[in-house]
Design a protein around this ligand. Structure first.
Ligand SMILES: [Zn+2]
Length: 510
């Protein structure tokens, strides 16, 4: 969107009936990398995450635990907020659907859709899976059970408000066909297209069987269906409905990042709600894959749910962030295993990157008292690096646009490989023995230092803390990394900078 000067990215709001696991960490770290990358390019960013706190499931769980729903959500929300602190997530806002600003937005949105003729009162008779908060028709059930989770579904019959979703079917089909970038990856777009082509039923969007939610305006014994409520969070945080000026700067969102399990809500329900309210659709909905753990599906009953706080503590926050985005192409399913995590840490990070960094800094210390020498820009090696840097920049730009994080990291690693090879070929230790080769040594050391400066720039979104340490040891500050995309071009390392050797970036794990 050329007219928009703020880049707006969201994670889903996470349902607080569950404690945070690797899947939540994955989506949020990915969004954080995008947000940090856009900021590095000099764009203003609004990065939103939060929690979904209403619904029958919360009410039931709270009841079982002898607490009020509000007490329950207040307790669980802290676990999410704590995790984002641990994982160094740079969100600009954290929205909770129990906040007053959100109920105002949901009420206004509901009224708007109602005014536009998108809502009517009818009778609801269907099957409902409480754990999934999902309605099913009788023929979607599998032996009376929810096709999603396999648990028994309950029969429900009550007065309900309906959203006229069927009315927006053609419009949605046309939008998806005209905007191939709207749903990604492409395999997911095809799934959604075939889903819509079958039939789009009107959606029941209110309940009278429980009360933990936002009441329907003017008919307070109904509460608004949790998904109708939840999706509107993306508008609330953008200033809807009160702050029109802010809202028009932020909306539509550039990217909704989600897990594939909630794609239908984001790629079918949400766009039709927006059509009905007369609002533009988000530019892109990207659904990533799921994680198994040690080859098995993650579940509470198996007891193999991975607590991201524990992993971050064992392997380090940045290695964990790196692993999540490097191990699996974004959009596909992946497997978390301790041996794979350790392998990435020891080989990619400790051996390749960590060694390159520490031996470089140590040679600059040894041969030039830590001072970055003056380069000769007419030298062939300098020119070759300059070309390589431009190639990497092009690859990273395209990859980040496509959210192809794993590919982006592979491109960045070309610099790591090149750096190690360059040192071995140029053998600075040999040049240092010959005074006549002093200029040559300057050239080699400059190129290595500049390569490290570039690496720190590329890795800032992925591993902000470790990159910060690289920057510090290089004798630079974050100020040097605030020049927009200029920081990715070759030759920006100021000569005369004093490097400072520090602790190893990625100690090996044995
Ligand atoms: Zn279910």
């Amino acid at each position: 969107m050329a007219s928009k000067d703020i880049f707006y990215i969201t994670t889903p709001i996470y349902y607080v009936n569950d404690v945070p696991h690797i899947g939540h960490a994955y989506t949020t770290v990915a969004a954080d990398v995008v947000a940090r990358y856009q900021r590095l390019l000099g764009r203003e960013v609004f990065f939103l995450t939060g929690t979904d706190e209403h619904g029958m499931k919360i009410e039931k769980t709270a009841d079982q635990r002898g607490m009020t729903p509000q007490e329950l959500v207040d307790e669980v929300v802290e676990r999410f907020q704590h995790l984002w602190k641990v994982l160094n997530i740079s969100h600009d806002d954290f929205i909770r659907t129990t906040e007053e600003r959100h109920s105002r937005a949901v009420t206004a949105f509901f009224q708007k859709v109602q005014e536009n003729g998108g809502i009517y009162l009818g009778t609801y008779e269907d099957w409902y899976c409480i754990p999934c908060e999902t309605f099913w028709t009788a023929n979607q059930l599998e032996n009376g059970n929810c096709p999603e989770c396999g648990r028994p579904a309950e029969k429900v019959k009550e007065k309900s408000y309906f959203f006229r979703m069927s009315h927006y079917r053609e419009q949605l089909l046309a939008h998806i066909e005209e905007h191939p970038e709207f749903i990604q990856p492409a395999s997911k777009r095809n799934e959604i297209l075939s889903f819509i082509k079958e039939e789009l039923r009107d959606l029941s969007i209110s309940r009278t069987s429980f009360s933990w939610g936002i009441p329907v305006p003017g008919d307070e014994k109904h509460v608004i269906y949790v998904w109708f409520d939840a999706l509107i969070n993306y508008l609330t945080a953008a200033g809807y409905p009160d702050d029109q000026q802010r809202f028009s700067r932020l909306w539509p969102a550039d990217i909704h990042l989600i897990g594939k399990d909630i794609l239908r809500f984001h790629a079918v329900y949400w766009p039709t709600f927006l059509f009905a309210a007369g609002l533009p659709l988000p530019c892109k909905v990207f659904a990533h894959g799921w994680w198994t753990v040690e080859g098995e599906k993650m579940s509470k009953s198996r007891g193999n749910v991975v607590d991201p706080v524990v992993i971050a503590d064992e392997y380090g926050v940045d290695p964990f962030r790196y692993f999540l985005l490097r191990e699996v192409p974004f959009g596909l399913d992946g497997d978390f295993s301790r041996s794979a995590m350790k392998g990435r840490l020891n080989s990619d990070l400790a051996n390749d990157l960590g060694n390159l960094f520490s031996r470089s800094i140590s040679m600059i210390g040894k041969y030039r008292q830590g001072k970055i020498p003056l380069p000769d820009p007419t030298d062939q090696r300098y020119a070759d690096f300059s070309i390589l840097a431009a190639e990497i920049f092009a690859e990273v730009s395209v990859g980040m646009e496509d959210l192809a994080f794993s590919k982006v990291l592979q491109s960045i690693w070309k610099l790591v490989v090149k750096g190690n090879k360059f040192i071995d070929q140029q053998a600075p230790w040999a040049l240092a023995k010959d005074d006549a080769k002093a200029k040559d040594l300057d050239q080699v050391l400059y190129c290595i230092a500049e390569l490290l400066r570039l690496l720190a720039a590329y890795l800032l979104p992925f591993m902000p803390e470790r990159s910060g340490e690289m920057i510090r040891q290089l004798g630079l500050t974050r100020e040097h990394y605030s020049q927009g995309e200029d920081i990715f071009s070759w030759g920006k390392m100021p000569s005369g900078t004093l490097t400072e050797r520090g602790p190893s970036l990625f100690p090996r794990l044995d």
